[in-house]
Design a binder for this molecule. Structure first.
Ligand code: FMN
Ligand code: SF4
Ligand code: SF4
Length: 241
């Protein structure tokens, strides 16, 4: 490949509250500065994407219960990437556990070429492009006990129970439509006739997006009532930055 040849790349990210969307966007900037075109795609229900046209693909996810969310692993495990180089990276609060392993395992039969295992991003908010080059990379080690917990406690009904039943405060809702057009990745919110949200709890994957990112903070659950919302990266979901 000559020095000026352009790589076509794509980053597919799953993100509930925006952190992973933010880092995907930063990585996109980095790749654009290194002779790549970059398409950013958020992983939402029924995402259709032709990955065979790319020279390089990034997959990105938050860590949930020491692993990548099931919605991510089931998407990844169906992919066929014949000889296409790919990399994965994860965001997390504190403990990545089997996050890298679950990404590795889901993609290992894809036929793609795993470039750098998983890159791990913990220092939310302080990432600069320069720092991207020195991020921690982790080989896909399996932590047996964590994998048992992650396997038996992350089914969709458990994630729904963890978040709790959502209620909208109609006095606060401004009918901006964001929760059902931009925020929810799983089609678990639809509009009522007057554009307030209707929740389909059976489709909720428990990403916490609607509770944190509704601009009016009109969506609450029993467990979220007294919690400060996490809005640091809200624009990366609300505006698809
Ligand atoms: C359901 C759930 C489970 C989580 N489990 C873990 C975990 O096991 N370890 C950890 O370090 N962070 C955990 N986190 C924190 C997220 O990994 C972290 O906030 C991530 O950056 C969120 O990404 P997002 O804003 O793109 O959704 C969890 C968050 C949620 C919502
Ligand atoms: S995002 Fe909030 S304010 Fe906007 S329609 Fe949904 S509940 Fe109402
Ligand atoms: S309903 Fe809310 S918590 Fe559930 S998947 Fe949609 S945005 Fe996430």
């Amino acid at each position: 490949m000559s020095k000026n040849e352009i790589f076509q790349s794509c980053i597919i990210y799953f993100s509930g509250t925006g952190s992973t969307a933010y880092f995907a966007s930063k990585l996109g900037e980095y790749l654009r500065n290194h002779n790549c075109t970059v398409e950013l795609k958020r992983l939402v229900k029924d995402l259709k994407v032709d990955l065979l046209k790319y020279d390089l693909i990034g997959f990105s996810s938050p860590v949930w219960v020491w692993r990548a969310p099931r919605v991510v692993t089931s998407f990844l495990s169906k992919l066929r990437l014949p000889n296409i180089p790919y990399f994965t990276f994860l965001t997390s609060g504190r403990n990545f556990g089997n996050g890298p392993y679950s990404m590795f395992k889901s993609l290992k039969n894809s036929g793609g070429i795993d470039l750098i295992y998983s890159t791990l991003i913990q220092d939310q908010g302080n990432l600069s492009i320069e720092k991207l080059e020195s991020l921690r990379k982790q080989a896909p080690k399996k932590y047996f006990l964590l994998s048992i917990v992650g396997t038996i406690s992350t089914y969709r009904w458990q994630m729904q129970a963890f978040v709790g039943k959502k209620k909208v405060d109609l006095n606060k809702c401004s009918k901006c439509k964001l929760c059902f057009t931009k925020i929810c990745p799983s089609k678990a919110i639809s509009p009522s006739t007057n554009n307030t949200p209707i929740f389909h709890e059976n489709l909720c994957v428990g990403c916490m997006g609607c509770i944190n990112l509704c601009p009016q903070l009109a969506i609450k659950t029993r467990s979220s009532k007294n919690r400060q919302p996490f809005v640091q990266y809200a624009p990366y979901i609300l505006q698809n930055v």
